[in-house]
Ligand binder design. Structure first.
Ligand code: ZN
Ligand code: ZN
Length: 185
């Protein structure tokens, strides 16, 4: 009974796979993501050189590498704590990010790198306060000016998955705090 909830995946019969332009980095998602963000913040606009980023948040243990490992590039982030952007060592296409909140345990997979990106439309538009004025949010789509409360947006299955990873997240954060304390003192 450890199989992912198929009701959480729009097409459970075929796995979600993706990769970079040169195909050195290839990956497979073991299930649907926890949530898909369409982020209109200035950081995402700058990092994509476009109007928004489409990020599928998923437990990193559900991302299987099929090719080479991407290279983690430390990059500034809005939180001030930085992020690691996973880029192909060859063509440098970014396939996902790890942010400070979830660290290496959570991956924000760039939906545009999927072979079938159409399968993961956004669950919510975030930071619409800075969206490009010509981007029109579809009627009925969930959208917030900045961020949101996951209890109000995520599916019950996703919230359950987050509870499952929470102890490891807390352990990782505690280890980071200890490392930072050691560095400061
Ligand atoms: Zn590549
Ligand atoms: Zn953003």
């Amino acid at each position: 009974m450890s199989e992912p909830d198929p009701s959480n995946d729009p097409r459970p019969e075929t796995p979600l796979e993706g990769g970079c332009d040169c195909r050195r980095v290839r990956y497979r998602l073991a299930s649907a993501p926890l949530v898909v963000h369409c982020c209109h913040c200035r950081w995402c606009q700058r990092e994509t050189g476009s109007a928004f980023a489409l990020n599928a948040m998923i437990e990193s243990e559900r991302v299987t590498l099929l090719g080479e490992a991407p290279e983690l590039v430390p990059t500034p982030s809005a939180s001030g704590r930085g992020q690691d952007i996973a880029r192909c060592p060859g063509c440098r296409v970014a396939v996902w990010s790890h942010y400070a909140g979830g660290g290496p345990l959570i991956s924000f997979v760039r939906v545009g790198t999927l072979d079938e990106p159409d399968r993961l439309p956004p669950d919510i538009h975030i930071f619409t306060a800075s969206k490009q004025p010509w981007v029109v949010i579809p009627a009925g789509a969930r959208a917030v000016p900045e961020y949101y409360c996951s209890e109000e947006v995520w599916s019950a299955a996703s919230l359950e998955r987050r509870r499952a990873v929470a102890p490891r997240l807390e352990a990782w954060r505690a280890a980071r705090r200890a490392a930072e304390g050691g560095a400061a003192g």
